[in-house]
Ligand binder design. Structure first.
Ligand SMILES: Cc1cc2nc3c(=O)[nH]c(=O)nc-3n(C[C@H](O)[C@H](O)[C@H](O)COP(=O)(O)OP(=O)(O)OC[C@H]3O[C@@H](n4cnc5c(N)ncnc54)[C@H](O)[C@@H]3O)c2cc1C
Length: 592
């Protein structure tokens, strides 16, 4: 199953290029993709949602059973090779499953622990022997997997793990240490454990629960995700066979980071599913709940919320599927035997975009759950309604898979590193832009007559603003740029809004040019998103430039910024109302 061809703009190149002529969108999902979505949806509706209370009461036998059911339905093997029982489907299928499984946030974490954090690293880095020993049972759900990287003293600084691995004369290993916050920790059978060999060679090991000296601690008392297991894991002189080193000694960071690259992309997809569900619940509640003799959904203030929830979700969904298309394009010609390594390489190349999907997804979801609670009023604050649980469950997305602060630093950081290495022509582009912005004849934006032409030009301006901020930062701080976290985070915000806005506009444009029946709604969502992004990009760029320049230089840069972002505002109030009314009538998220 392969997605339609997509322009291959990998590894941040989109920042320097004209928008691609086409991107992969949910409207292009094949019948097989839709069948995967339907299978996942039916499973969640019939087997997970009716059992949420049991999961929240930590019925791990049920969690195991549900994972086993996912195995029977083929949902665990989407990314696994066929010779070990997997289906080796495309990454779009993987996104579809992630999106639809996430209607229960707790079960989605259990599922993600199995698939993204265990099956995938073994598929990407396992030897033939390791894949043969573990993948068939993981793919059927006969055994449960987990990923043990974090420790109490090393979360963001994960490579500073204290867990030690000591080589024995026969080539086997003894592992000692304690891991923290491990998803599926209470009942998993197989753990990917990261430890330092000789105190410095960070390495991944496959550790079975039955190995002597292995135990898991008590369940954490969490704010949310009560239906997923999170425990410490204790390794007391645990013997691990020589054949259970995953990847190479001293190359554990490759396993850890590539797993996270893919995991971040999938987290973005899971957030899409959460947002869609929340929009449906808010739209339903808004049309049923009456105040002042009217459904609250008829009030402009509520329409504003619903319309904005839809527009941001649309941008997120467009970004995630675009990325899935890029990944599938990159993997299309890969021989099956090469697939695991090729996936790792593809997502290493797409690390910037995956980090964007993670930060953007978790923050759109945060916004959407917060407004869901608000639309529910007092009922949003009590546990009789699901809004309260969604709100608590969503919060951790900004913390795990690399906190949003760390991911924000990575986004421009990785682009700058690529630029310095010469892999991305960012430096000459920033130089050209500098000459251009200093020229008083620089053209400002004008409306165009092509579909979403004005929005496309605005996005061109966003890219220039991103280059202006990054170029000024590189010039101002040189090698010390990594110390300037505030400026890097500002740059990340601009890059995130740019990629999201471009994805939304390209999708809406395709809907318009393809004569899609809901093209007006697509355009409304894209326009609302670009309108909000323009205000954010301008504010953030101002803050960044003011931190780096002063006097005449700052005045020149700010004048250039004003010229670049001279954007005709749209009537976003009317467009949000249009989106809100459509969501209320459905009721739900009307796209895809
Ligand atoms: C429910 C749940 C499930 C989890 N599942 C797993 C799992 O399955 N496997 C696993 O290995 N881990 C798991 N984790 C752990 C998770 O990945 C870590 O909590 C996360 O990486 C953050 O690490 P920390 O908690 O130590 O926070 P810290 O690293 O102490 O960060 C605290 C704050 O400081 C900021 N910060 C830290 N360093 C910097 C820096 N250099 N610059 C700027 N700001 C910085 C952070 O952004 C954050 O805001 C899970 C956590 C939770 C809550």
């Amino acid at each position: 199953m392969t997605s339609p061809t997509t322009t291959l703009t990998n590894g941040g190149a989109w920042l320097l290029e004209e928008p691609p002529s086409s991107i992969f969108t949910p409207e292009q999902l094949s019948d097989e993709h839709r069948l995967v979505a339907q299978t996942t949806d039916e499973f969640v509706t019939a087997e997970v949602l009716p059992n949420l209370d049991r999961l929240e009461n930590k019925d791990w036998e049920l969690a195991r059973h549900l994972i086993h059911r996912c195995g029977e339905l083929g949902l665990l093997g989407v990314d696994a090779p066929e010779e070990y029982g997997g289906l080796a489907l495309d990454k779009t299928s993987s996104v579809v499953v992630a999106e639809h499984i996430s209607r229960s946030a707790s079960f989605a974490v259990t599922f993600g622990g199995q698939t993204n954090l265990c099956i995938l690293p073994i598929t990407m880095f396992g030897t033939e022997d390791q894949q043969r020993r573990y993948l068939p049972r993981l793919v059927t759900g006969d055994i449960i997997g987990a990923y043990a990287l974090s420790e109490s003293s090393s979360g963001s600084d994960a490579l500073a793990a204290r867990t030690r691995a000591t080589k024995q004369p026969d080539g086997s290993w003894i592992l000692s240490g304690e891991k923290m916050w491990i998803s599926n920790g209470g009942f998993a059978d197989l753990f990917i454990v990261f430890a330092n060999v000789d105190g410095e060679k960070f390495t991944a090991f496959l550790v079975e629960r039955t190995f002597p000296g292995f135990s898991s601690g008590n369940e954490e008392h969490k704010m949310g995700l009560h239906g997923s297991s999170t425990t410490p894991v204790v390794l007391q002189d645990v013997p691990v066979p020589a054949t259970n080193v995953l990847g190479e000694i001293g190359r554990g960071h490759k396993v850890a980071l590539n797993t996270l690259n893919f995991g971040r992309f999938k987290l973005g997809a899971m957030c899409v599913g959460g947002c869609r569900m929340m929009i449906a619940e808010s739209a339903r509640y808004g049309s049923q709940r009456k105040q002042f003799n009217q459904p609250i959904a008829s009030f402009g203030a509520i329409k504003h919320k619903l319309g904005e929830m839809v527009a941001r979700t649309y941008a997120l969904e467009s970004l995630v599927y675009r990325l899935a298309g890029v990944a599938d394009g990159a993997l299309a010609d890969t021989a099956k035997s090469e697939k695991g390594g090729a996936v790792a390489r593809a997502f290493e190349e797409l690390a910037v975009e995956s980090a964007i999907a993670k930060v953007f997804g978790s923050e759109v979801l945060s916004y959407v759950v917060d407004e869901t609670v608000q639309i529910h009023g007092g009922n949003g604050f009590v546990s009789d309604y699901p809004a309260e649980r969604h709100y608590r469950d969503a919060r951790v997305n900004r913390i795990f898979e690399g906190t949003n602060e760390i991911n924000r630093l990575l986004i421009p950081g990785m682009l700058v590193r690529r630029a310095v290495k010469g892999d991305l022509a960012l430096i000459p582009a920033a130089k050209r832009l500098q000459d251009e912005v200093l020229s008083p004849s620089m053209p400002s934006l004008v409306d165009g007559d092509e579909a979403l032409g004005a929005e496309l030009r605005t996005i061109g301006a966003f890219k220039k603003v991103a280059l202006m901020v990054l170029g000024t930062a590189m010039q101002t701080y040189g090698e010390k740029l990594t110390d300037q976290q505030e400026v890097l985070s500002f740059a990340a915000d601009i890059l995130i809004d740019t990629y999201a806005a471009e994805s939304a506009v390209l999708r809406a444009r395709q809907a318009r040019l393809g004569g899609h029946h809901a093209a007006d709604q697509h355009e409304a969502a894209a326009r609302v998103y670009v309108d909000g992004a323009a205000a954010r990009v301008e504010a953030v760029a101002k803050s960044a430039l003011a931190a780096m320049a002063d006097g005449d230089t700052l005045r020149t840069l700010l004048a250039a910024l004003r010229r670049l972002l001279k954007v005709q505002p749209v009537n976003a109030v009317a467009l949000r109302r249009q989106l809100a009314d459509a969501a209320t009538a459905a009721p739900g998220y009307i796209f895809s």
